[in-house]
Each structure stands twice: as C-alpha cells, then as structure tokens.
Design a protein around this ligand. Sequence first.
Ligand code: PLP
Length: 658
Amino acid sequence: MNSELYLDANATSPVLPAAAEAAMAAMQACFGNPSSSHACGLRAKTLLEETRARARRVLGAGAGRVLFTSGATEGIQTAVLSALCAVRERRRRGEACGELLLVGATEHKAVPESLTHWNRLLGTNLELRMLPVDADGRHRLDLLRELAPRAAFVCTMAANNETGVVSDLDGIARVLAESGSPALWMVDCVQALGKLPLGLASTRIDYAPFSGHKLYAPKGIGLLYVREGAPYTPLMCGGGQEAGQRSGTENMAGIAALGAVLGALEEGGTFRTHAQLRASRERIAAALREAFPGLVFNVPLEHALPTTLNFSVPGVSSKEMLDLFDAAGVRVSAGSACSAAKAAPSYVLDAMGVPPERSASAVRLSFGPLADDAFVDAACARIQHCGRALAQTRPLARLQQLESGGASGWLLSDEAGAYFIAIDPPAALAPRIAADLHARGARLLACFDTGHGHGGADALGGIVGVTPGWPGGAQRVRLGGGETVDTVDALALGQDVLARSGDAYLLGRPENGVLAGEAVRFVFGAAAPDAALEGALCCHRIGEPAVSRPGADPLPDEGIDLDATSAAAYLSAHPDALLVDVREPHEHAAGAAQVRGRMAQPVPLSQLAGQAAQWLREPRPLVFVCRSGNRSARAARLLRRLGHAQAWHVAGGLALAG
Ligand code: PLP
C-alpha cells in the first residue's frame, strides 16, 4: 500500500515523459534565445513558432492571438487588464460600455481577485457583481439575461476546478447575443484543455487563459487566446518578445514541454477519449459508493468533467477523509489546492447552496486523461481498502477525547468497554458517538455538560435515549480521607467512580468507599484543583491543550522537532524510546506508520490524555509521528507542558519520512 496513487489532477499533474524529454532537449540541445538571429536562436524560434502553431490548431484559435504566458494567473491578469483598459477607453469616447464586472460565483479566485485589483488600480470603478449558480453549479442564465445589458466584462469558467461542473458556454453566448450585451467575455479554460472540445474562434469568447501544469506540462507555462479584434494591452513590457505583446525571454523548456503535450493531443493515442474517461469515472464512482455507504456526489456527474468527482461521506469531515486517503497513499484534496491551507469552507459549494455539513465533508478526486485501466483498477482497489479501514469498529480507549471545532468533550468507559459516560460531547459528534456505542453494544450510563458545555449532551442523549444531565444519587463516596471528608454523589464505572464535587467531576478508584486525593486520575469540569489532586490530569472543555496538570512544572515546548534521520538515530540510541503514531485508528488501519523501517505504536491523539497519565508515571523517551507533523507536534508539546522531558516529534511527518 505504500506506492502513491495521485488523484489530484485538478491541482496539478506530473509531467508527461515526452514533455520532460522535450524540455530537456530545449535546455541542452536547442537552448538558444529565440530572439537571436544566429543559428541557435533560429532553431529556438522555430521550436517556439511550431508550438504556437500546434496550440492554434488544438484551441481552434483561427486568426486570434495565441501568446505564451507563465500560466493561467498571468493569462487572467492580461485579459482583465486588456478588458478594463478597453472599458476606460470606450468611456473616454463616450461609448456605452456597461458598468458591471460580472463574475461567475464559482470562478477560481484568480479571477475576482484580479478584477478587484485592476479595477482599483486603473480607477475604472466598475461594480463587481457575482453571477449566481444553481444547485447543479451552472450559471443562472435567467439572471445573466437581466444583468448582461449592463455588463462591461463577463467572466465564466469553462469547467470548475473543485466540482468539475462544465458551464453551458453556448447558453451564455446566446444570452449575451440576445441581450445585446456590450460586454467583453473571458472564459477560464484551465480545466477544459484535453477534456472538452475547443473551437475558440467559432465562439464569441474574447479571452481564454490556459495552464500547462494542469495537463502534464510543467508549472510556469501557459497560453492566452485572444479573439481576433478583441482589445489587448500587454501586461509586461520590455524586450518586445511575442511581437511586443508579452515581453521577457520565453520559457523555452516550458514551451517545448507544452508543445509535446499539444502534439499528443493533436495526434491522439496518448490520452484517453472522452468515452473512456467517462467509463473510468463510472468505475471509480461505483467503487466510492460501495466503499462508503451513504456517500453523496455534490454535483450531478452528467454535468461534470469526466475526470472529476466531488463527494461527501456524511459525518466524516474532509480532513478525516483526506487523512484516511493519504494514509493509504491516495492523494486527493478537499477543494482547490490554493485554498487547501486556509481550511475555510468551499465557496464553490456554498455558492451552489450545498448544506454546510455536507460541504465540511467534501472531497475532490480528480484524475488526468492519461489514467489507463490499470490505474483505475488500482484506484478502485485502494478506495475499497480505505472504505474497509473507515468501517472497522473504532477502538475506544478508556478515556477518549471528543474534539470538534476547538471544543473538547470526553468519553469514559469501564475496563470492559461495556459502559460509558460522555462529558461535554460536542453536538456535531453526537451521531458518531452514538454509532460507535451502538456498534460495540455498549451502554451510555450518563451524558452531561459541565458549566456552559457545548449543548451536545442533549443531542447525544436524544439519539441514544439517555436523559441528559448528571443522574446523581446512584452511589455515595467519601472524598479525601484526611481530616475533611465530604460525602458526594458518584457514578460507578467498573471498578472506578466518577464523583461529583461541586463543579468538578473526579475519576478514580475508591477503596472502602473512600476516593483518596492521590487515587483521582482525571478531573473534568471547572476544577479548582486541590493540592491533593496534584497527580491528576485536568481534562478541559476548550483549550489547546485541553489537558493540564496542576502543580506540574511545564517544560519549554520548543526544540521538539526531529527530522526523519535524527528521529531514527534517536530511536536507535534510546532502546527504551517509543515511536508513537498519533493518527486516528482508521488511518493506521489504512496504512501503518514507520520511520526508517521502525514501526510505530498507535496511540491516536484523541486517546493521548489517558496514555499520557501512564507515561508521566513511568517516563520513557517518546517520539511522535503523524501524517504531516501537526498532530505529532501537538502531542509532543502537550507532553512537555505536562512535565515530560523527553517528548519529540518527527517534523514533516510521514510525508517526508518515506
Ligand atoms: N483557473 C483555474 C480554473 C484553475 O484551476 C487554476 C489553477 O489552480 C488557475 C486558474 C490558476 O492557474 P495557474 O496555476 O496556471 O496560475
């Protein structure tokens, strides 16, 4: 399961071997500057113009311009600058040219951001207006009809990068024509190249940017089509390359590579046909449905590119799914790569009116037109493997942290895992907790919120059929054992009790009806820790970390990073050290963690609090590892703050340790 399966082609693609060879040849043999007049330069110029001619044929560019750019973002800037300069000019001449910048609500951020930027910089002060999409992600043509007469510039992508939804460009063209719109029109064609037919010169489209790295060319090369007669203003001036339309010495390696990809498109035989891609998607969709019961596709497949699937598994967050797939060596994403670090909900799915809980679970799986049957077989097998890993009954520790959106709750069980108590369960996790308990035939004795709680006890109690709130009165224990002895309510949990003392809930093992301070292991709720509870860990409702240790001397939590090599060296130098995989159980089931051949022992982050108590009692060096280094850093920091001196983590995680 260790080989990588790359299913994130809408973010970028590997480089076609023929393209890499062409780039290498351009760097080594045909390295001339195409502006030079000697033989080296002439050979480079020929390569440049041959590639342009190919691009013209593939795009159906007719007499329009085809310029080489650094990628689609540059193409978009150039188109926006050209359109806005034209609007400014028309206004100066007193011509009616509209006052709206009309942008599809699901455009790549490069489009509205560039419009805002240039609109401000050029002082055009047009009104940026989003053109809504319907529930299927397609532009609302009824609204376009209303707005088009006032539009100066319309931007509607050919196919969406997150959902694969293919726009009705013919419909848009018809509305623009019928409404007599004065607007210039840009269509971001990045996701369309190699997947949809293009015949640009026969359309009304004025500007169409393309990006090489979305179709097996390297990053840093793109194309911009400009319709014959459409206004044009260069973005970059200088040495006059590209007939003065885009200065700067050409990226010949990128152009040569893109030429090889365009050649493959033109000649056929390299890339799979539309029908073959649809068949592949059908197989992957079937594998997904089978692997993840309840899975929903977020757009109708018939409206999407045959290479993109956007789906949600109810109750499983995007992050959990990505971690699961990543553990199995399958690279997918939650949305656009540009937004991946922002962890914000998808504005694309929001614009379609997808409910927030479904959008929070969205996963994008995309493949390229090079994907052959063997690749699709492997993808389907790996998807099934992930489904099995997720479906297995999750092992629950005796103390389980329930974390959601910065809030923490706690699930406690007896030794046999037959009886449970939920404290401050986050409402969002209530269905999952109920399912977990049901799957193991376990009984929930109580669920309650401490202090102001998260209100999740009501949600969980409602599903499981347990009255929320502290049940109380079940048993009485004496607290302390010293001079001051309080007798309080307690709930039995196997040999332990959960005793209520004011706003604090104490978990420990009583002897002869007395719960001594040193026998308390965990404290929940608004604990004002008593000196006698110094050995206990406090488990909080919120906070990072959500666990603290009263009376401990927190150790500095910097300097916890080891890279994979130093981690391996540390582990060999310390035979008693433990390598701990803090990923969740389904990730471990999808693919075990190892660092330089050393297998890690699984202790999920959600079960760390219970385990930490033991590591503090019997200290041994600890090296935590996870997928990317985030969770392992949290684990090492937590242990240091609790007073453990030898806690480390593998920075960069398994992603770099391989
Ligand atoms: N437009 C769309 C639809 C895209 O998917 C992307 C890339 O993510 C871009 C524009 C930007 O392309 P580039 O990376 O070539 O600047």
